[in-house]
Design a protein around this ligand. Sequence first.
Ligand code: S3P
Length: 183
Amino acid sequence: MAEHLVLVGMMGAGKSTVARLVAARLGRPYVDTDTEVEKAAGSSVAEIFSVHGEAGFRAEESRVLAAVLSADVPAVVSVGGGAVIDPANRDALRAGATVVWLRARPETLARRVGRNADRPLLRALDGGPEPGGPAAALARIEAQRRGLYEEVASVVIDVDTLAPAAVADRVVRDLGPLQGQGR
Ligand code: S3P
């Protein structure tokens, strides 16, 4: 029975792009939890953060993740970078999915994320008390979450020097044979 294939990792690691490529190659649906949260709320992630705060966003993210993982058709899922903070989400991931951690160094993340206003957590930290700006904020968040990604992932791919297509190749190579059969 094939499980959902879930990509976790920090913002800027390339989860959505890689998940889309892997889904196309495996002929599976592609799901992005941020997009599902936005559809359910009828507003953007940034708007949800500014109106309901991070706690409001996390509650909706947890609800969406549980619904996505309970779907019968095995999908390729890109999960928002902070979903692993909630222990219940980590339990759900371990129980209902094969999880791949796209691991990137903070400098790689900072280069890719830049000052993207659609990434509210980083925007909130950027220009705040963090003296080093986004790069320091990303390094701090990555250090807090590293152990959580490690806890849920059965495969780790270092993406710093790899283009998204090469990361997708590696995901399919490592997991394709296990994931290929239908439920
Ligand atoms: C967040 C990552 C974002 C989004 C939200 C919070 C985080 O998703 O869920 O801005 O806490 O790392 P991506 O990882 O897809 O950018």
